[in-house]
Design a protein around this ligand. Structure first.
Ligand code: ATP
Ligand code: MG
Length: 564
């Protein structure tokens, strides 16, 4: 017997108008349909219907984690600072961390994620290679003092996360644990009915699949990702790398200097010469660990300093300042060219390939040079893809023009390696009797965020529209209003309930049929059954919330259809 929830007894207050502070669709609809209620910025109450959806998502996540051998635990959310001090994150997290003091003045925090504490747990519980591999997970409340907790439960300061951690004795073991999670995540998001893409989160530097994000395309998303309309390629904007394609067999005229007064920027230069910015080579000077380095990109492209930093990490990348030019006569600001830049390391984007020809600075004031050919007039020390990716750039996999889309990050899988194991000296006794350092993975899913992502992707102009697996009920039975209609509605609801169907039945007295229908659409249960004008004949109307298709059927047939 599944639950039959009578709306006359359900604590629900639907709203006709969007809350004033709501910016995203999911925020508006989840509040209006009575699923959640805001307590403070980024802090939410899950009301009865919302709690059901959250539970359904949690159940799917738990089932799929159990299926890969994950063991569920529950760690505290209130944590001592020491392990986070040991890992350096007590400081690194800065303002994101909720810090708490106890009565004795001791420092604590509300856990934002739990790598440290899981590492300690395994150090305490596992001593031999025979105890590994282990996958542990929890579904728990996390705390992050987000700078902009604006989008409802999409970005909370208190939120539900499933965080899992794998512990292995070898790199191959870690790769296997990672693959298991990747598979489980796909099963989870498919079952939830989410449209998602798997994106490599970091570029080359850390190795291909060391980290991937699961993104749910949605207008409300705060992440931009690169999506290929022709193949299955998808990646974070920072992770897209353009292949180096040397241009061969072209005969370039000799390098020629041009008098170009007052043209220190690409715009002024392009205008003066009447050429497109893409014909020019822009050379940005930056400091890498204090040393001046030139970075060459086509004049019409922007340099992504974050991407550059990521590629050169752990080096620190900074912009140059006027003082850096003191005593550097070789660097003519605004007129830098890679030819004859002997004392400076030259990094270039792969678009500046061997055999390409450019207009660029001549390293003299008010002078540029044309026919400056890569490989003939200058050499590139290192190729690093550092430009901001743009719509229409070629897909690294199939070459088609890519699109830039917005998405919500719903999950993240990450091969951590031995970082935390080193911090906490997590070793187990190996086969040969010697200690072996453990290697770890960490895997997160935003459980409460997934509810908002589902709402974003499935809602229409009438309201929410849940997939069966996550919906707060299977069927929404509406009694149009008269006593006989309510009687039939309750009777049908009981029969469905007895057959294991989860039912929400709108038996409210004194509420007009119009309001009930509008509420049913707003609440978004997949199937709506109406006891309306043909109640006396024992005929009800069955409606598909998603397609709007409706059909009149005798009660018994309607029940048979639903329970089939
Ligand atoms: P974001 O870039 O959106 O801040 P993150 O990279 O900080 O996310 P992780 O540390 O990888 O997130 O956390 C794992 C998962 O937890 C994320 O993939 C996301 O789904 C979820 N999550 C992270 N922050 C929040 C939040 N403030 N509210 C709700 N869910 C969150
Ligand atoms: Mg992340």
């Amino acid at each position: 017997m599944a639950q039959v929830q009578r709306m006359s007894r359900l604590m629900i207050k639907t709203l006709r108008d969007d809350p004033a502070d709501a910016e995203t669709l999911s925020h508006k609809l989840l509040v209006r349909a009575g699923y959640v209620r805001r307590n403070a910025a980024g802090i939410w109450t899950w009301l009865p219907l919302g709690k059901k959806v959250l539970e359904n998502v949690t159940r799917v996540v738990r089932e799929e984690m159990d299926a890969i051998g994950g063991q569920e635990v529950l760690l505290p959310a209130l944590l001592p600072k020491e392990p986070y001090e040991a890992s350096g994150r007590w400081d690194e997290y800065g303002d994101l961390l909720f810090r708490v003091k106890d009565r004795k003045g001791g420092d604590y925090l509300l856990g934002p994620t739990h790598e440290e504490v899981f590492t300690q747990t395994v150090k305490d519980q596992c001593t031999s290679y025979k105890d590994l591999p282990v996958i542990l997970y929890q579904i728990q409340t996390k705390y992050r003092d987000e700078a902009r907790p604006r989008s409802g439960v999409l970005r909370g300061r208190e939120f539900q996360m499933k965080d899992a951690y794998s512990f292995d004795t070898s790199d191959e073991g870690l790769a296997e644990s990672y693959a298991l999670h990747r598979e489980a995540y796909q099963n989870i998001f498919r079952r939830l009915g989410l449209d998602f893409r798997i994106c490599s989160a970091v570029s080359g530097a850390m190795g291909g699949s060391a980290s991937e994000e699961f993104l749910a395309p949605a207008a409300a998303g705060e992440d931009t990702f690169v999506d290929c309309p022709e193949c299955d390629y998808a990646a974070n904007t920072e992770a897209v790398t353009f292949a180096l394609q040397p241009v061969e067999g072209q005969d370039h005229p000799a390098l020629e200097e041009l008098d170009t007064p007052d043209t220190p920027t690409i715009e002024t230069l392009a205008e003066h010469l009447g050429v497109p910015a893409s014909a020019t080579l822009k050379n940005l000077l930056v400091k890498v660990d204090g040393e001046i380095v030139a970075v060459g990109v086509p004049g019409d492209r922007e340099v992504d300093l974050g991407k550059l930093g990521e590629q050169l990490s752990p080096a620190v990348v900074e912009l140059v300042t006027a003082e850096d030019f003191e005593g550097r006569d070789d660097l003519v600001r605004g007129y830098v060219g890679p030819q004859g830049l002997e004392k400076v390391r030259y990094i270039a984007d792969p678009r500046v390939a061997p055999g390409t020809s450019w207009i660029t600075g001549a390293n003299k004031p008010d002078t540029h040079a044309k026919n400056v050919v890569c490989g003939r007039d200058f050499e590139v020390d290192d190729y690093v893809d550092v430009v901001v990716v743009e719509e229409g750039d070629p897909c690294p996999k199939c070459g088609a023009g890519v699109k830039l889309d917005r998405a919500i990050e719903i999950g993240h899988i990450f091969q951590l390696g031995r970082k935390y194991a080193d911090t906490f000296q997590l070793d187990v006794l190996g086969k040969e009797g010697k200690p072996v350092r453990v290697t770890m993975g960490s895997y997160g899913i935003g459980v409460s965020r997934a509810v908002a992502a589902l709402a974003e992707q499935s809602a229409d102009d009438k309201g929410l529209c849940w997939a069966p697996e996550v919906a707060p009920a299977d069927v929404h039975v509406v009694a149009a209003g008269k006593a006989a209609q309510t009687e039939l509605a309750l009777e049908v609801a009981e029969k469905l309930g007895a057959a294991g169907v989860r039912v929400l039945v709108d038996d409210r007295a004194g509420v007009s049929p119009g309001v009930k229908f509008t509420d049913a659409e707003l609440i978004g249960v997949p199937t709506v059954l109406v006891a309306g004008r043909r109640t006396a004949e024992g005929v009800v109307e069955l409606k598909d919330r998603r397609t709007g298709e409706r059909e009149e059927l005798p009660v018994a047939e309607a029940i048979a259809r639903i329970t089939a």
